[in-house]
Design a protein around this ligand. Structure first.
Ligand code: XMP
Length: 326
């Protein structure tokens, strides 16, 4: 695609001009925006880019591997992985309130990212090619939403690192600032990124923590990850991936209901399927998924995930319901 080739080449030139001989760091979230931004900067400055991936343990099945293996293989990017799963789990222990979960995750994320950034900065301080830049996957709609300013004002959610301390002041590199999501996806394909990353549905920064209604524990995350993976797999197999805006699967971890699985009575948890269509997440409609697809998802989840004995579908539009349950 010629247009995308041009956009890519121009963006790469602009990055080279901006960064000069300095170094940059970039946080990867698992999503398409940070991945495409990083891939462009990697093309522009090669190993003078270091990516940081904070594994908070709240991603879906296979997503950490997509970043650590597939993205690295596709781009050759230098990746610094921080395994912070334990840290996030202990910080979330006992917490059930949605906004408190978000605050804790945002706070821990910034601390962990900051620490990694400091280490990378320190490794090159005093050199001519010291670390001066932070890459962000800010899109055009984010720019408009935040009043068109530059810098910290643009920062919308926790994995777009805002609020870094004074001694960690970076100049921002935002190669996607003029682009819309569909252009970013086309660019990602042009750059040879894995389709799972390019076509990933929007996913909230706090991840599965806000799709477990109740306390977040390792066991509950594992249960939800299995159910979610089945729902996504069946949606793709039905060829409906790109017709759906998002497909949250929500674990009602504090709710139990009676069921019968095999020949014994069970007392398990329900999961909620929340497939929605939307243009921009501001409003949404519940997706009319085919009954036979819902049937396959329900059968597989209750057969393959022992702890789940009931599957329900959320048929609330937004408003009044939000897309996420927390
Ligand atoms: P709601 O649930 O408010 O979600 O209809 C609208 C969109 O925002 C996403 N979302 C978040 N994204 N941090 C994020 O980065 C968050 O805390 C957060 N909460 C919701 C949600 O997935 C949907 O796309």
């Amino acid at each position: 695609n010629w247009t995308m080739l041009n956009i890519a080449e121009e963006a790469i030139e602009a990055i080279r001009a901006q960064v000069g001989g300095k170094r940059a760091i970039c946080g990867l979230s698992g999503g398409v925006d940070s991945a495409v931004a990083a891939a462009l900067v990697q093309r522009a400055i090669g190993s003078r880019l270091t990516c940081v991936f904070v594994d908070h343990g709240l991603l879906r099945k296979g997503e950490a591997e997509q970043v650590e293996k597939d993205f690295v293989a596709a781009t050759g990017v230098q990746l610094h992985v921080v395994d912070a799963q334990e840290r996030f789990l202990s910080a979330l222990a006992g917490v059930t309130d949605p906004e408190t979960k978000r605050k804790i995750i945002g706070r821990e994320f910034i601390r962990v990212f900051e620490q990694a950034a400091r280490e990378i900065v320190a490794a090159h301080s005093g050199e001519d090619d010291d670390v001066e830049f932070l890459v962000q996957g800010t899109l055009y709609p984010d720019v408009v939403e935040s009043g068109g300013g530059t810098g910290a004002a643009n920062i919308k959610s926790h994995h777009n690192v805002g609020g870094l301390p004074e001694d960690l002041k970076f100049k921002l590199v935002e190669p996607l600032r003029t682009l819309f999501k569909d252009e970013v996806r086309a660019l990602g394909e042009q750059l040879g990124l894995p389709p799972e990353i390019v076509w990933r549905h929007p996913f909230p920064g706090p991840g599965l923590a806000i799709r477990i209604i109740g306390e977040v524990t390792r066991e509950r995350l594992d249960i939800l990850r299995e159910a979610d993976a089945i729902a996504r797999e069946e949606l793709s197999a039905a060829g409906l991936d790109r017709d759906i805006w998002q497909f949250p699967v929500v674990l009602l971890a504090d709710v139990r209901s009676v069921g019968v699985q095999g020949d014994s009575r069970t007392y398990g948890h329900p999961v909620v399927l929340r497939p929605v269509t939307s243009e921009d997440a501001m409003t949404a409609d519940w997706a009319r998924l085919p009954y036979d697809l819902l049937q396959r998802i329900s059968t597989r989840i209750t057969n393959e995930v022992r702890e789940i004995n009931r599957v329900v579908v959320d048929i609330t539009s937004k408003p009044p319901g939000t897309i996420e349950w927390e």
